[in-house]
Design a protein around this ligand. Sequence first.
Ligand code: THU
Length: 159
Amino acid sequence: MVKELKINFYAIPNYEMLDDTEKKLFDAAKKIREKAYAQYSHFTVGCALLLESGEIITGSNQENAAYPSGLCAERTTIFWTAANFPGEKIKKLFVIGAPETALSSTPIPPCGACRQSILEYEANQKEGIEIYFASLDGEIFKTNSVRDLLPFSFDASFL
Ligand code: THU
């Protein structure tokens, strides 16, 4: 029997439709993207997350000559956050990625490994982390939880 699994996401037409907090996160992700260390792929990614305290934490992708040793912007950011603010709730996570010289782009979603890493902290805090992934100059997609990006997710409740 075929069953259907439904996920929800929002398509925000452009930057102007974001509220002030969201604009701040967009700007922060875009700015930190300029500092990405992506000399192998030349695909630069910026991430900005909002803590419950209102603090914004940012990070970028960090590549390595031994390619698999590099890390995505989302995990760089969320691991640093968890290391420095253990137990503090994360409300929103914004990601912007594109080839480094691109002037326009489509929304780049977090990769599978990043989704799983984000889920670890979302499951602990028992509250959804709103995930935004934005194009440089147009549409922004949003989910209310990383679980919408990771249906049939595996977490500690199975152990
Ligand atoms: N990358 C991210 O930082 N986040 C993603 O969600 C997708 C991919 C990085 C990893 C690598 O440095 C480059 O983009 C190309 O894959």
